[in-house]
Design a binder for this molecule. Structure first.
Ligand code: NAD
Length: 271
């Protein structure tokens, strides 16, 4: 399929995992892709020219604005933005203490609790939100500035933004700052969809379930099995299964979809 022929796409956090699968899928469907990630070297390794890799730290406004200026200069514009960069945890967010509590419970300590909140310092909280939520806003703002200048095409399409949420935003089963950030990403999606519809810019979200990315690789089989058990399919998602939903929302096949959330979680959570 060449649904994205002639489109220019940006994928944040695209150097590995779900982001790399999305970048490859958008390229396979005809888009020219800018892969953004912390290191230009890792971003550039995902796709060969004419695709590009650009260094970008989504937690830093100057870095984001410089990266989008570079993308506009090199690709001539931006039609699709996939806000994929996100972190589940950061030092000082209380997850180390949470896991220690879980381990103590598992070893039979009846007084143990798996607490995160009481151990979560401002730095850890802010770091997770700065990358996962604020980064989505910063990149959207930079992309919309470009899309607004470009205007709409003959079909009235002014651009597509796809935000990567998480099933954890619905089920609440994850680190507290991460779940908060991802739930807010869904609110951001809806508010921006309303605001930007008159410009022909569609804003949608995809909520992956547990997906076999590098974070799962080092985990023992029993942990993977426990996570897989949550899904009706009894397995983890493959990154390309998330990428397929993103490509649909990026394409004109989704020309009437905005403000929506597509859950790709093997039935782990309905909503
Ligand atoms: N893997 C899962 O099970 C799962 C489930 C639900 C949602 N998600 C979400 O999907 C997205 C991708 O997840 P993944 O598992 O592929 O993650 P990953 O950790 O494998 O990859 C994330 C990428 O983002 C980059 N990144 C991190 N901080 C950044 C920053 N400040 N600026 C720019 N890039 C940065 C990393 O370098 C990395 O390349 C994330 O938003 C994640 O929350 C993942």
């Amino acid at each position: 399929m060449n649904r994205l022929q002639g489109k220019r796409a940006v994928v944040t956090g695209g150097a590995q995992g779900i982001g790399a699968a999305i970048a490859r899928r958008l390229a396979a469907e005809g888009a020219i892709v800018a892969v953004l990630d912390l290191s230009e070297e890792s971003a550039s390794a995902v796709l060969a020219a004419p695709h590009i890799g650009v260094a970008c730290d989504v937690s830093d406004t100057a870095s984001v604005d410089a990266a989008f200026a570079q993308v506009e200069a090199r690709l001539g514009g931006v039609d699709i933005l996939v806000n994929n960069a996100g972190i589940g945890s950061a030092p000082g967010d209380g997850m180390a203490e949470y896991y220690a509590g879980q381990a103590a419970q598992a070893s039979g300590d009846p007084t143990a609790h798996a607490d995160q909140t009481i151990h979560c310092h401002d730095e850890g909280w802010s770091r997770v939100l700065s990358v996962t939520l604020d980064g989505t806003f910063r990149c959207s703002r930079a992309a919309v500035r470009i899309m607004a200048r470009q205007g709409t095409d003959a079909g009235g399409q002014g651009g597509a933004i796809i935000n990567i949420g998480s099933t954890a935003a619905l089920a609440g089963n994850g680190p507290v700052p991460y779940v908060t950030a991802k739930a807010a990403v869904l609110g951001l999606t809806r508010a921006m969809a309303r605001e930007l519809a008159p410009r022909g810019i569609r804003v949608n979200a995809v909520n992956p379930g547990a997906t076999e990315t590098p974070i799962y690789a080092p985990l023992p089989d029993e942990v993977k099995a426990a996570v897989s058990a949550d899904s009706l399919m009894k397995r983890l998602a493959q990154p390309d299964e998330i990428a397929g939903a993103v490509a649909f929302l990026a394409s004109n096949d989704a020309s009437f979809a905005t403000g929506s959330t597509v859950n790709v979680n093997g039935g782990a959570w309905f909503s």
